[in-house]
Design a protein around this ligand. Structure first.
Ligand SMILES: [Zn+2]
Length: 610
């Protein structure tokens, strides 16, 4: 590292200050004294840079290499680069406080540590397309040593040397060769000092955010935290590693709890009231785009026909509890709801209850498969659905591969399940549904709606009309898929329930696409209003007339899907301690006055009424 020019300069400044002070002591002593103090403070403030110039420059180079080549999703590298100056300054200031005899060696240790993390982050990014985010670290931890080295061997190639990894590899050499020549001009030091302070002030909101994320215990908004988008906050590899370590520890606790939970599932009794229960979980389905719910374009003709025939019961006021897939999922599939105390993973899990009760539980998912080939997968969901130990207590049968289109899940059921078996079944279909990118969600030859069908929508340009058309085409395709499932089960004594995880903004009311946390009415309704219907086969109607009557009498009730487990348990005739009649949508004692708090906090009905 460069010899500290700053020490000398500090002496000179100090001597000048003393001389100046003595000379002018007789007149305006106080004012001059102030000047001297200010100079001393500035001199002290710049010492972390001037005393550690080589280290300072080496860190800036290292961090620039970690920031510039990694693609940010909608994040400015300029912003991250600016915040970096404050961080480097603070690190140098901390090192300046170390006792002199350990200062030099600690610089090597700290730099070496940051370098190794930076290199690992860059290799991960080049090989896997994402840097050190929790998903990656978790995958490594779940992989055994042989798999890991084999994967690394196949993915590490000479081609990596044509990426920024090469710059990382030559960086130590550059730092070593130039370490005696590295120094910063005195004037530049003051500019850097100014830059550092501005950067520290600018970075405060992000540091507060990081503090909140690192110390967070709940898993709210987790999906937002663990995806590549969170790079915008964890802009340096060390921050990403910090988050990964923290999340890995938290998830291992969650996994242990969930495993113990499903293993110790208790069922008091089971009458197998409904021999076949089919639960179809859709994805990103905005009710206001379904003609079953009076949308102007005919997007659900098959569901409408069955509704008119009287075999499909349409529920008119159903909302999801969360507009995030996994949060909605954990509420729908466990007896946890927002009134519950403690974490969701300590509450009884629906598939585990059905399996314990004696149902054969099947899961055909286009989002989660045990071999993790699915296009859309998530840290928490993988833990819940794909952990082999937990999985074995929940499901008897699962599809091996995911598919481009949801219709193939029906084939999975037909080919994999014993359709003649007499054992009661809970069959869960989990769609890719109408997940972004909408045009990928239906086969090209099933395209019906075109931008010209939205001629009256003056608020949309041609491209946006195409997006809405794609969304509606995917809804129409979804109609054919659910109809095929109904066709498979209609000759049996079966009941089919359709419920998506949440809705989606598709330029309805507001000029927005996707999902967000905006709390205004026009944002909430498209994201939380979901279709919900129940189909009863002729045989089911014949054998369970009381249930069909109960369903028919309940279609106007206000319902939030975190209470779905109580309906499922009732349909199965399963008795468990946590069952509550007032939460069962079709029970006479159903509580229609329940406060439907979305995100576990705000009242949906008061927002809707506003
Ligand atoms: Zn979703």
């Amino acid at each position: 590292m460069a010899k500290g020019l700053g020490t000398k300069k500090e002496h000179i400044l100090y001597a000048e200050a003393i001389a100046y002070h003595t000379e002018t002591a007789s007149t305006g002593q106080k004012e001059e004294g102030k000047m001297v103090s200010i100079k001393r403070i500035i001199s002290k403030a710049q010492s972390p840079i001037s005393n550690n110039q080589g280290f300072y420059l080496a860190l800036i180079l290292l961090f620039c290499l970690s920031i510039i080549p990694i693609q940010y999703k909608g994040c400015s590298r300029l912003r991250a680069g600016f915040e970096m100056f404050g961080d480097v300054y603070i690190l140098c200031a901390v090192i300046s406080m170390f006792p002199t005899h350990v200062r030099r060696s600690s610089k090597y240790v700290i730099y070496g540590f940051l370098y190794v993390i930076g290199l690992a982050d860059m290799i991960t990014y080049q090989v896997m397309g994402v840097p050190l985010i929790p998903n990656v670290v978790q995958t490594w931890l779940q992989t055994n040593w042989n798999e890991a080295t084999e994967a690394l061997r196949t993915q590490l190639s000479a081609g990596l040397l044509l990426t920024p990894v090469a710059l990382f590899l030559v960086l130590p050499l550059v730092v070593y060769l130039t370490k005696r020549k590295l120094f910063i001009h005195r004037k530049l030091i003051y500019s850097l000092l100014l830059l550092s302070f501005a950067s520290i002030a600018y970075g405060i909101p992000n540091k507060l955010y990081l503090y909140e994320v690192y110390t967070r215990v709940s898993d709210d908004d987790m999906q937002d935290r663990i995806t590549a988008e969170s790079l915008t906050h964890e802009y340096l590899p060390i921050y990403r590693l910090g988050l990964s370590v923290k999340e890995t520890c938290r998830f291992s606790t969650m996994r242990e709890h969930l495993f113990k939970n499903v293993k110790s599932t208790q069922v008091d009794s089971c009458s197998f009231e409904s021999p076949i229960i089919v639960l179809i979980i859709g994805e990103s389905y905005n009710r206001h785009h379904s003609s079953l719910y009076d949308y102007t374009l005919p997007t659900t003709p098959r569901q409408q026909r069955r509704h008119q025939e009287g075999s499909l019961y349409r529920f008119d006021d159903v909302i999801t509890s969360y507009n995030l897939t996994f949060k909605s999922f954990q509420n729908m599939l466990t007896l946890y709801n927002y009134d519950s105390k403690g974490p969701w993973y300590d509450y009884p899990v629906i598939p585990a209850i059905f399996k314990k009760a004696g149902y054969e539980v099947m899961f055909f998912s286009n989002q989660h498969t045990l071999d993790k080939t699915s296009a859309i997968s998530d840290f928490t969901e993988d833990m819940f659905m794909n952990n082999p130990g937990i999985n074995s207590y929940m499901f008897d049968l699962r599809n091996a591969k995911s598919h481009t289109y949801d219709m193939d899940l029906v084939n999975d059921y037909l080919t994999m399940a014993d359709t003649t078996a007499r054992k009661p079944q809970l069959v869960v279909f989990h769609f890719l549904g109408i997940h972004l990118d909408f045009k990928q969600r239906y086969p090209e030859d099933e395209k019906v709606f075109k931008p010209s069908d939205y001629a009256q929508r003056n608020d949309l340009n041609q491209e946006e009309k195409m997006i809405v058309a794609d969304y509606d085409n995917a809804i129409l395709y979804n109609d054919t898929v659910v109809d095929s499932i109904i066709n498979v089960f209609s000759p049996k004594d079966a009941i089919v329930i359709y419920v998506p995880d949440h809705g989606e903004l598709v330029y309805d009311g507001v000029h927005e696409l996707g999902r967000n946390l905006n709390r205004q009415r026009e944002y909430i309704l498209p994201q939380f209003d979901i279709p919900f219907w129940v189909f009863c086969s002729d045989s089911y109607k014949k054998h369970h007339p009381h249930i069909c009557k109960q369903i028919e009498a309940s279609t106007n009730r206000p319902f939030m899907t975190d209470d779905l487990p109580h309906l499922l348990l009732y349909l199965g005739g399963i008795r468990v301690k946590a069952y509550q009649r007032e939460r069962n949508l079709i029970d006479e004692e159903f509580n229609s006055n329940r406060s439907r708090r979305i995100w576990g906090e705000i009242n949906y009905d008061s927002i809707k009424a506003a």
